[in-house]
Ligand binder design. Sequence first.
Ligand code: PPS
Length: 292
Amino acid sequence: AFLQEVQVKEINAVLLTKGMSDNWESIWNFQAKPNDLLIASYPKSGTTWTQEIVDMIQNDGDVRKCQRAYTYVRQPHLEWKPWLLSTPGLEEAEKMPSPRTMKTHLPVQLLPPSFWKENTKIIYVARNAKDVAVSYYHLSRAMSVLPRPGTLDEFIDKFMNGRVLWGSWYDHVKGWWNKKDKHPILYLFYEDMKENPKQEIQKILKFLEKDLSEEIINKIIYHTSFDIMKQNPMAGYDTIHINIIDHSISSFMRKGITGDWKNHFTVSQSEKFDEHYKKKMAGTTLTFRSEI
Ligand code: PPS
């Protein structure tokens, strides 16, 4: 009953593309385990990068082991119902032996409750809103299975109003931020990972209660750097979605930098965005370093 009354509207708003909310009931009833690890984020925030770092950590920096399978097989995306892949992320996850690492883009209020009940560790990664919007716009242009973005101006407007797949960026980052002191959540930022990957990897190690040598940490930094990851056919989605990402338009591993929004937003788009941003982010202790 709860599912029907409270959630249906929201699910349809968040998972607004065709087919995505079909298996909502099984997503909501997903059984997390205490020794699972979940990597959560709003889309285009550095999820895949974090996933690769975590897999490298879990495999003690063994590059070959980390190339054992595609990203989506190593760490299934729970609510994703891929168009070309045979099994939904949820079913992949159910088949996996423990300890499992999984991915989600669900906003905090839609996370299956078993994660809270089992006290499962979660790593959340967030990224500057304008860079997320730019990255999301480009992938949407190149991937015709995603809702059509329109022009950049139209897409920015949809983004500001949360009318994109997985909903409002503002509610997402704030929702997870508000939960982080009540649950084992490590809240990371893309900008910090770019600036000081060693420091952020050390935070992950501490969170996972793992110790690795300096040499292995340096190896992880190298192999998860943008240029090396871009060449890795098992990381990201460029090689998997070869037929559904139009590479003449854009790629999944596109630029991997901070501040690319400055190459896209006009002054007036930026001012309008900032004004709205201030209202949406008023009263939160959550701040982003390259905000404006
Ligand atoms: S997804 O599909 O929503 O999970 O996308 P996500 O992985 O969160 O974000 C994709 C963006 O992250 C960039 N990326 C990286 N940046 C730096 N270093 C590494 N190793 C890395 N790997 C992926 C990717 O290029 C997308 O950002 P943009 O700005 O489009 O380049």
